[in-house]
Ligand binder design. Structure first.
Ligand code: AMP
Ligand code: TRP
Length: 329
């Protein structure tokens, strides 16, 4: 059976980008495959973060997972830090990835460029190593992510090639899966930049109230042309709004654009986008509120950790044996 694995790191407020690019799709796999969805809390430590903020973000993501329709009876939902095998496999596979390739990762280059050399932790540099360990521990075939994570998955694939060449067919080859529509949602205030948890004006946060969300959409940066069509180079703002509209209505961008042919008032178009977002996020946010208040996610995380530990420790042993560690049964 197909194994699906993905995670989100609890570094900040989740955005509509996270929702459309990743979160919204996780449930689609749970009826036909074995789904493992985790909170990448160890990854959140790769940049400075306040302990209380980290804990509260982790709770939020657990509740968001459940609110998105993931069913804990079908999918295993857990915290990365509850499964020690992630760190143990990390310690092994780090020897099969190289400094040169890690230093070429876009995410590392972007994040480290904004920091002093003295502040750049080893964990930020080694981020894709732990991510590879996350994926390989569950013998995952499919890894649904937004576009920005594909480069890390390619690295995990290189690692599998290298490792299996040396030790035989020990690791399962994973494949990244991005959606045709919405793999890269852009900021509403600067549609040439990715929406990324850091800009309160341009990012729609899943915890924003509906009024704020509508306001952000209505004031999204567009252009002066007054025509609605898809052209991400010359009309990044309108193209981004069309993408959001298409993704949430599960239609193609062409079909979305057709619906607004002849529309000359951006205000009308933005209102239609805001209505679509409200129709989807309204009930989602209500479910989130209920789940976070009830605390039911805690039991889900405990149960998830048990199941994840079982599978992860089996894979870890297989890898330990392959590389020549003396495994005492
Ligand atoms: P992160 O917040 O970096 O842990 O990302 C969690 C998931 O959301 C990953 O699969 C990302 O690729 C995806 N994601 C983050 N930002 C965006 C965005 N602006 N558009 C689409 N997907 C995104
Ligand atoms: N790196 C991912 C992100 O920033 C989160 C993540 C960590 C992940 N480990 C993973 C995603 C394994 C998929 C599979 O979005």
């Amino acid at each position: 059976m197909e194994r699906i694995l993905s995670g989100i790191k609890p570094t900040g407020q989740l955005t509509l980008g996270n929702y459309i690019g990743a979160l919204r799709h996780f449930k689609d796999f749970q009826d036909n495959g074995e789904v493992f969805i985790f909170i990448a809390d160890l990854h959140a430590l790769t940049l400075p973060i306040d302990p209380e903020v980290l804990r509260s973000n982790s709770r939020d993501i657990a509740a968001f997972y459940l609110a998105s329709g993931l069913d804990p009876k079908k999918a295993t939902i857990f915290l990365q830090s509850s499964v020690p095998a992630h760190s143990e496999l990390n310690a092994i596979v780090q020897n099969y990835l190289y400094m040169g390739e890690l230093s070429r990762m876009t995410q590392f280059k972007d994040k480290s460029a904004k920091m002093n050399d003295k502040e750049i932790g080893l964990g930020l540099f080694a981020y894709p190593v732990l991510m590879a360990a996350d994926i390989l521990l569950y013998d995952a075939n499919t890894v649904p992510v937004g576009e920005d994570q594909l480069q890390h998955i390619e690295l995990a694939r290189d690692l599998v090639h290298r490792f299996n060449y040396k030790y035989g067919e020990v690791l399962v080859m994973p494949k990244g899966k991005v959606n045709k529509v919405g793999a890269r949602i852009m900021s509403l205030s600067d549609p040439t930049k990715k929406m990324s948890k850091s800009d309160p004006k341009g990012d729609i946060f899943l915890k924003d109230d509906m009024k704020t969300i509508r306001k952000k959409i209505m004031s999204a940066v567009t252009d002066m042309e007054g025509l609605v069509y898809y052209d991400p180079v010359n009309k990044p703002g309108i193209s981004n709004l069309l993408t959001i509209y298409a993704a949430l209505n599960d239609i193609s961008i062409e079909d979305a654009a057709k619906q607004f042919e002849g529309c000359t008032r951006y205000g009308d178009f933005k209102k239609a986008v805001a209505d679509t977002v409200e129709r989807e996020l309204g009930p989602f946010k209500a479910r989130y509120e209920e789940i976070i208040a009830s605390g039911e996610y805690l039991e889900v995380l405990k149960e998830g950790a048990k199941k994840a530990n079982e599978i992860a420790s089996t894979t870890l042993k297989r890898v330990q044996k392959a590389v020549g560690l003396l495994v005492l049964e």
